[in-house]
Design a protein around this ligand. Sequence first.
Ligand SMILES: CC(=O)N[C@H]1[C@@H](OP(=O)(O)OP(=O)(O)OC[C@H]2O[C@@H](n3ccc(=O)[nH]c3=O)[C@H](O)[C@@H]2O)O[C@H](CO)[C@@H](O)[C@@H]1O
Length: 366
Amino acid sequence: MKVVLSGGGTGGHIYPALALAKIIEEKEPEAEFLYIGSFRGVEKQIVPKTNLPFMQLDVQGFSRSLSLTNFKTVYLFLKATAAAKKILKNFQPDVVVGTGGYVSGAVLYAAQQMGIPTVIHEQNSVAGVTNKFLAKNATKIGLGFEAAKDQFPADKTEVIGNPRAQEVANLQSDFSWTSYGLEDDKKTLLIFGGSQGAPAINLATLDAISTFNDRPYQVVLVAGPKRIDNFNRLLQERGLTLGDHIKVLPYIDNMPAVMKKADVLVSRAGATSIAELTALGLPAILVPSPFVTGDHQSKNASALVEAGAALSIKEPDFNGESLIKAADALLLDDQQAKAMQAQSSAVGITDAGDRFYRLIKSVIKD
Ligand SMILES: CC(=O)N[C@H]1[C@@H](OP(=O)(O)OP(=O)(O)OC[C@H]2O[C@@H](n3ccc(=O)[nH]c3=O)[C@H](O)[C@@H]2O)O[C@H](CO)[C@@H](O)[C@@H]1O
């Protein structure tokens, strides 16, 4: 099987594509892949760390206000589509899979025009712009959340979950907190604001630092590669020091292994983060980003809150005090955490990768 994967811009669109590649490789070791990303998104850092051949196109997103940059966006889209056609003609894929982000718009649009089967994956409860654009001519559509079902044509749409969940659930790892200078027999609160870090989550953690310094549990904050300097500057300005049981990092490459060792997670309600934490049954405090299309993170979070699988705190209510209160409730008292763990595991779709694989096989022409 020859598969082109395309997804970009942000980790939440990229990791599902990489997880799918791993599942296909396990089932069909002779499968060939090509990952097509953009020059601008974080895929240029993430994909080259895998063994997948990687090509890049020049695309950019639409600006929300009417502006001249949108003419450039259209121009780049048409140019990228033409470039994608050449790449596809050369590679001759059996299927082209898009996991969201502008680059997948150009690549799958090209494939659709060439009559190559396309499968899109919508991770969120609310359809993204690119997937809405591609849905009409997509051969099949896989969804992460049931809630997105009524936004796509019913006859070709299936709820499959997010393949990253299967990757995380099946992961064998000997990761130890000692590699961060922490202890393995202490409970650990892991905090990260999606793949880029989130200022509101970093600031609340900063406000909570002096209390965390006195807590018996460990705290790991992933501040984000572009945000860690600001966090450290504010820490210094406020004259705060971190206890030995608190670590602040820019990014974690082996996040699934780290999540597996954590006891409670504080995070945004990005779809891939949710797929991972429910695959692990990890109790979570979610802080949906208010800055995303259609407020989709609040809707992603609702699915978990309704099931008793997570707590959700709106960003304006999220601060040092509410963070400590929620973290203490789950880390100092086992009962609530255990109940949440069970509900979270019940929500997780840990065979999402297999379901995605079957969906892809179903569109490949003999
Ligand atoms: C601001 C924004 O537009 N966010 C969107 C983006 O989120 P974002 O890119 O943040 O994606 P998710 O929260 O879904 O996933 C984050 C991914 O990054 C990984 N990770 C994170 C931190 C780290 O240090 N290392 C690491 O590997 C996580 O394990 C996870 O796999 O795509 C998601 C999936 O479409 C959407 O639901 C989010 O609303």
